[in-house]
Design a protein around this ligand. Structure first.
Ligand SMILES: NC(=O)c1ccc[n+]([C@@H]2O[C@H](COP(=O)([O-])OP(=O)(O)OC[C@H]3O[C@@H](n4cnc5c(N)ncnc54)[C@H](OP(=O)(O)O)[C@@H]3O)[C@@H](O)[C@H]2O)c1
Length: 300
């Protein structure tokens, strides 16, 4: 019989691919579609009660629109705070009651980007925006609860196909394929991560249930400008359409939303303990291209 894993957010950009890549597991999703709102304690409790066989829950569900989150800054009645903090608290309470191991998906946005070198799990978060702040509050409440939990930070996830939202790589690719220019920061660093590697890498947490914080990210940290150039190169598109801009300049404009300058994350702890090495950006893009080529009608 397949091992049962409970989940939230399994219909989302990342969660849906995790399900696809682990067909030997029986995922059960607490989703709005299946009638389980994580903000409704009764519905959530019934979900836990109905699925006593699972020892683990993997929690993806979150308010992930960072721009919309910024407009809710400080609002504890806003959906961003409610989903990311209150929703996580509800999960934590039930994990305690029903003795489940929690795998909580978090984000690089917990860091402020002022560090000059790569961020490790030892670094103290200091989020710049409301989304990052609510995700950090969720991490803290999990740690304070004493619940056996893995907190897994991911960053800039991209994949070949998604029925839900379009990730940053697909946005750039779509523009380049339509001969439109893309303007990207040269003075920011991010750590793009191929979602298939998140899907496979999460197996370590489901199988071994390690405790603590982990960075499950790709090994390449570079500017969004360089990533766009990589995309043009791998897909044989016009790299001259990739134009440069400056985050430093953007931050000087009135009402600029804060963005972290350095979101380089180290995956050393994760790779050392799991023996799994996520692909670098070029290898990730090449695999993405291969997967798209199998579905030519869906390429645009
Ligand atoms: N995407 C990124 O760039 C990124 C980067 C770093 C970290 N992360 C983290 O990775 C995780 C997954 O992100 P994602 O981009 O895959 O998310 P997503 O595509 O935005 O999906 C959000 C998921 O949450 C579910 N959900 C929303 N409200 C709910 C509620 N009240 N009750 C139950 N489920 C609810 C949605 O289900 P419905 O379909 O039913 O609405 C959906 O499955 C999040 O924790 C996020 O913070 C994402």
């Amino acid at each position: 019989m397949k091992e049962q894993i409970l989940g939230t957010g399994l219909s989302g950009l990342v969660g849906s691919r995790v399900v696809e890549l682990n067909p030997d597991l029986n995922f059960v999703d607490a989703s709005l579609e299946s009638g389980v709102n994580i903000l409704d304690k009764k519905q959530l409790k019934q979900f836990f009660k109905n699925n006593p066989g699972a020892s683990t829950i993997i929690h993806f569900a979150a308010f992930t629109d960072t721009n919309a989150a910024w407009n809710q800054k400080g609002d504890k009645n806003g959906l961003c705070y409610q989903l990311n903090v209150d929703g996580t608290q509800n999960i934590v309470d039930l994990c305690k009651e029903y003795r489940k191991h929690l795998i909580h998906i978090s984000t690089d946005f917990v860091f402020d980007g002022t560090k000059k070198t790569v961020y490790t799990e030892e670094d103290t978060p200091h989020p710049l925006d409301w989304y990052g702040e609510t995700k950090y509050l969720a991490e803290k409440l999990i740690i304070d609860s004493g619940l056996p939990a893995s907190i897994v930070r991911i960053a800039f996830p991209y994949r070949a196909l998604s029925n839900t939202k379009v990730d940053f790589v697909r946005k750039i690719l779509n523009k380049l394929q339509n001969n439109k220019p893309v303007t990207m920061f040269t003075d920011q660093k991010t750590t793009p991560t191929f979602i298939d590697d998140i899907g496979l890498g999460l197996r370590f947490f489901m199988d071994k249930k390690p405790l603590g914080i982990y960075h499950l990210v790709g090994p390449t940290s570079q500017s969004p400008y360089d990533t766009a150039k990589n995309i043009a190169q791998v897909f044989d598109l016009n790299a001259n359409l990739v134009k440069s801009s400056s985050l430093e300049d953007y931050l000087q404009t009135p009402n600029a939303r804060p963005y972290a300058k350095n979101l380089s994350l180290s995956n050393q702890k994760f790779s050392f303990e799991s023996g799994f090495f996520p692909r670098n950006i070029t290898a990730g893009l090449q695999e993405l291209k291969r997967q798209l080529s199998l579905l030519p009608s869906l390429q645009s």
